[in-house]
Write a protein that binds this ligand. Structure first.
Ligand code: HEC
Ligand code: HEC
Length: 241
């Protein structure tokens, strides 16, 4: 299954695009090398969007591109350990046997960002606009879900305890309004999955460290992708703009 271009949405970027880097690592490293690494890593967004759509093939291709492209060239030895973590996560996603495994790798990749930032003493200051609630509709509910996922992703990337907690709380508060679509089976699936989504919010809230959060993040992506692929067409965000 491949991206349906007519479903492109204003799904806010999970990753803060291309990055200008300063600080300890770049002081020791070729600044361009660090910038290049981050440009390369911006494919993490492509990966997560593909998982959310339930598009295993696209997700694996994005993960493989990340694994293949990571290079130590120009980076200081201190970065090696974290690049290895990036590669391991990307390889796990690229070779995952199913959506769940690919989603787990994608989660580990988001965490690898934050582990490097924290490990090198450069945790990021990340922030997000508050969630805007729209009229109760499936589509607005999906936009709320997308907001939650973005907050959780940034919570891992920073790492940022606050953003993680905001994301978890927004899941717990997610509006579960019973939908009545023309297709009764689809309505039932959505309503059940919404309850599961809120339950995952509890799990996200209870996950106190980066490792536990990584696991939950993968599970959440898997939940999105599972339902979107069930519908027999690719819902959700297309490739990032
Ligand atoms: C191998 C280490 C490493 C990895 C992996 C890594 N980063 Fe970074 N990142 C850094 C360093 C070092 C900085 C510079 C911090 C500073 O300037 O204070 C940085 C800075 C940033 C910044 C802020 C740039 C700015 O202008 O302030 C963002 C955003 C960022 N990284 C995103 C990411 C994302 C997203 C990922 C994962 C997909 C990631 N990084 C993976 C080391 C890493
Ligand atoms: C139980 C099924 C189900 C689950 C779970 C689910 N979605 Fe959806 N999603 C849908 C359906 C159905 C649509 C199409 C809605 C429409 O067009 O009215 C959709 C559409 C979307 C869209 C496009 C909205 C738009 O503006 O057109 C986004 C973005 C989205 N989902 C994100 C997510 C994210 C992120 C998650 C997980 C946190 C998620 N969804 C979980 C069923 C689901």
């Amino acid at each position: 299954m491949h991206s349906s271009s007519n479903r492109r949405v204003g799904f806010i970027g999970i990753v803060v695009g291309v990055v200008a880097v300063a600080g300890v690592l770049s002081a020791q490293a070729d600044k361009q090398a660090v910038t290049k690494m981050h440009e390369h890593l911006s494919q993490v967004t492509t990966l997560d969007y593909a998982v959310i759509r339930g598009d295993v093939d696209d997700a694996k291709a994005a993960a493989k591109a990340i694994a293949d492209g990571m290079s130590m060239a120009g980076l200081p030895p201190a970065a090696e350990k974290y690049l290895a973590e990036v590669r391991t996560a990307a390889n796990a996603a690229a070779t995952g046997a199913d959506l769940k495994a690919v989603a787990a790798g994608a989660g580990a990749l988001q965490a690898a960002c934050g582990n490097c930032h924290a490990g090198l003493g450069h945790s990021l200051t990340v922030s997000m606009d508050a969630l805007k609630e729209g009229a109760p509709s499936t589509r607005n509910r999906m936009r709320e879900h997308a907001w939650s996922v973005e907050a959780l992703a940034k919570g891992l990337q920073g790492p940022s305890d606050d953003l993680w907690k905001n994301g978890a709380n927004s899941m717990k508060k997610a509006r579960v309004i019973k939908v009545q679509l023309k297709d009764p089976q689809l309505s039932a699936e959505i309503n059940t999955a919404e309850e599961q989504f809120r339950a995952l919010g509890d799990k996200a809230r209870d996950a106190k460290d980066q490792a536990a959060r990584t696991t939950v993040y993968g599970e959440i992506l898997n939940t999105c992708g599972h339902c979107h692929s069930l519908q027999g067409r690719v819902f959700g965000p297309a490739a990032p703009k």
